[in-house]
Ligand binder design. Structure first.
Ligand code: DGL
Length: 262
């Protein structure tokens, strides 16, 4: 039995594209629907209740599109809303969390730096994650207000972006962090600039590929994968009216973006 229903993937904006790319690579025959909530980004500085409401609205749209699974391609939204989504929907809901576990396994200096949004950094879910691994390494958490907004502008070479990043990375490097966790799906877009600032010897952990594999596992377990004969498609929606240029550029080809008025 093959299942041709789409997989719904969403984020507060363009960040989830860094996860969508891994999903598309691993599961090339699956139909994908991507929702960028760019009119309401950033989530990272909003109260949980607001993020939860946005997530429920987006999930309801994805359910209307008859999706077979939802990927919350946003650490902040996962921390605030994944339990509520799982309570509301029977389909698999895959969430994200900063890659603390692989970072702790990887560090040689015993110091791990974690870049995240303020929302993720202060969430209960993240506190628990930190507690689980605090014995094994020193975990330095750096909230990064303003970074998502800069990344959403789509120019990853600006002086403003560089100054913000340098400000956030400096304390981590000064404390000898040799492993850095990208705890927000927007951050892989600025990996070259991060690399330039921290140098070549720091390991940088992104969990986009792990999420794609977890999605594959969940779909396989429930017999929900499609077959190789399917006609794949990736469809894009955004709560902002003018997202076509940014999503096309970051996805790497011209795409049609439909306005999602929710
Ligand atoms: N991509 C989101 C994340 O992974 C960014 C959240 C935001 O909009 O602040 O946390």
């Amino acid at each position: 039995m093959y299942n041709k229903q789409a997989i719904g993937v969403f984020d507060s904006g363009v960040g989830g594209l860094t996860v969508l790319k891994h999903i598309h690579q691993l599961l090339p025959y699956e139909s994908l629907i991507y929702v960028a909530d760019s009119a309401f980004m950033p989530y990272g500085c909003k109260p949980d209740a607001v993020v939860q409401e946005r997530c429920l609205k987006i999930a309801s749209f994805l359910a209307e599109q008859d999706c077979k699974a939802i990927v919350v391609a946003c650490n902040t939204a996962t921390a605030a809303a994944v339990h509520g989504l799982r309570d509301s929907y029977a389909m698999p809901v895959i969430g994200m969390e900063p890659g603390v576990k692989p970072a702790v396994a990887r560090t040689g200096s015993g110091v791990v730096g974690i870049l995240a949004t303020s929302g993720t950094a202060s969430s209960d879910k993240f506190m628990q994650l930190k507690k689980r691994y605090a014995e094994h390494a020193e975990l330095l958490v750096q909230p990064c207000p303003g970074l998502v907004e800069e990344i959403e502008k789509g120019d990853f070479t600006t002086q403003r972006l560089h100054s913000l990043l340098a400000l956030y990375l400096k304390p981590l490097m000064e404390k000898n962090a040799d492993t850095l966790v990208l705890g927000c799906t927007h951050y892989p877009f600025i990996l070259p600039m991060i690399r330039e600032i921290v140098g070549g010897s720091v390991a940088i952990i992104d969990t986009g590929d792990a999420i794609a594999r977890e999605l594959q596992r969940q779909l396989r377990k429930r017999d929900l994968l499609t077959d190789g004969e399917s006609q794949e498609s990736v469809r894009f929606w955004s709560s902002r009216v003018d997202s076509t240029e940014a999503l096309s550029r970051l996805w790497g080809e011209q795409v049609i973006v439909t306005h999602l008025d929710i």
